[in-house]
Design a protein around this ligand. Sequence first.
Ligand code: NAP
Length: 270
Amino acid sequence: MGTYAVIGDPIDHSLSPLIHNAAFRKLEMDSAYISFRIRKGELQDGLESLAAAGIAGFNVTIPHKVDIMKLLDETSKECATVGACNTVKIKDGKMMGHNTDVQGFLSPLEQRSVKFESAKALVLGTGGAARAVVSGLASKGVRITVAGRTIHKAQDVALLGRDGAASIDFANAASVAAESDIIVNATPLGMNDEQSPIPADSICPKSVVYDIVYRPIKTALIKAATERGALVIYGYEMLLAQAALSFEIWHNTPAPYDAMKQALLGMHAS
Ligand code: NAP
């Protein structure tokens, strides 16, 4: 049934092998999923090694999500809109690129029936993940403000918003947060025990606070939002949703979501 991979650098701590191998075990598929380190600047050679090894598909993470675009034979609509790819299917020697981060981000919001109509969102960050988040929210008609510490990057990501989203300096994010229905952290802040990027007193109890950082599960932002009584969405939910969508692209069968979730949360619990 083939071998699959995640490529990136660093890659040792990727949780994708854990999630996908749990799915293979659950469905008794004779497949394997490995992590494969490819350094920045070595993408083309790395892809040739993967092809020679007969890989059937792979996920793409930092730092290759944008660079891989020019090496693909075909791209999905999401991929082209976001300008980044996180999932590649190889068929007849051709590489087809997809972006499951966009729908992977939206799914947990949709599952909670979050109201998008007339909603205002604040997105923290201007990297690859922020691009997927802004594209997803824009496709739902949400009015978006992008906060970045490098203002030209915030302006660039804001162009993905419908009718152009607003862009602000990261230092001003707290004041906009207070008026936002949806607050999304798409920076790595929280991975290393940093303070919440938005102070608790700037979070409205009626807001939805979504931290796409997935390790730790309870980041300082999630804790601050919980303290304020806001609806919280965890980064692991997006991680699982994008993984399930990649699985379905490769295997044309529904992903065993619960087994994938159990593997991920079981690991965190231990
Ligand atoms: P990236 O392309 O490296 O972008 C990181 C962004 O965060 C940049 O805008 C960067 O600003 C900003 N940033 C970094 N440190 C900051 C700080 N101290 N203060 C303010 N802004 C800061 O990374 P990415 O791929 O977008 O990923 C971002 C985070 O999302 C990571 O933690 C990643 O693990 C997570 N993620 C989660 C999922 C999921 O499925 N849950 C999927 C994708 C990514 P500069 O450009 O100015 O440096």
